[in-house]
Design a protein around this ligand. Structure first.
Ligand SMILES: [Zn+2]
Length: 154
C-alpha cells in the first residue's frame, strides 16, 4: 500500500486524498484510469464492428439443395459387375413394403441386401451377408471377398 508523503499514513490505492491528514496522494489520476477504460471499450467496439463488417457473405442456397440419394444397388453393380443373382421382391403380390432386393455374388459368397420404401426411391444398402450363414460380414471379410465394393468414393 502506498503511504502519504505528508503524514506517512498508508492509504488505499486509488485514493485521491490521505484519509488522515487530507493531503493529496500520489495516486494515479482517476481520469487516466477512466480514459483507459474508455479506450478499451472503443477498441472492443472497433473489433466488434470489424468482425461484423467481415462476416462472410451467405453461401448461395442453390448448393445446399439436397441431391437425390444415389442408388446404392446400381453403385455396387457398377463397381463389382453384374451379380450372379439379382432378385427383388417388387414383383411379388402383394408388393412388400418396404421393398428389398438381393444381389448375390456367388464367387465372393456375398449377398448384398438393399431396401427402399417405394419404387420411386433409390435402393439403399441394408446389409452385406455371407451367402451361406446369412450373417452380416465383418468389414475385413468383406474387403477380402468383395474388394470392389469398397473401391471408389462412398
Ligand atoms: Zn497524510
Amino acid at each position: 500500500m502506498p503511504s502519504c508523503t505528508g503524514c506517512n499514513a498508508t492509504y488505499q490505492v486509488g485514493a485521491l486524498f490521505c484519509q488522515k491528514c487530507g493531503a493529496r496522494t500520489e495516486a494515479p489520476k482517476p481520469i487516466s484510469y477512466r480514459s483507459s477504460v474508455i479506450l478499451g471499450i472503443v477498441l472492443f467496439l472497433l473489433i466488434l464492428f470489424w468482425q461484423i463488417a467481415y462476416v462472410p457473405t451467405p453461401v448461395s442456397t442453390a448448393e445446399s439443395v439436397s441431391k437425390p440419394a444415389p442408388d446404392e444397388a446400381a453403385m455396387l453393380i457398377s463397381k463389382c459387375g453384374e451379380p450372379d443373382l439379382d432378385h427383388s421382391a417388387e414383383k411379388d403380390k402383394p408388393t412388400p413394403n418396404p421393398n428389398r432386393r438381393w444381389l448375390i455374388y456367388r464367387k465372393a459368397r456375398v449377398k448384398a441386401v438393399f431396401i427402399r420404401p417405394s419404387a420411386t426411391e433409390p435402393w439403399k444398402s441394408e446389409a452385406l451377408l455371407d451367402t451361406k450363414t446369412q450373417k452380416p460380414l465383418a468389414p475385413e471379410f468383406l474387403a477380402r471377398r468383395l474388394p470392389c465394393a469398397n473401391s471408389g468414393t462412398r
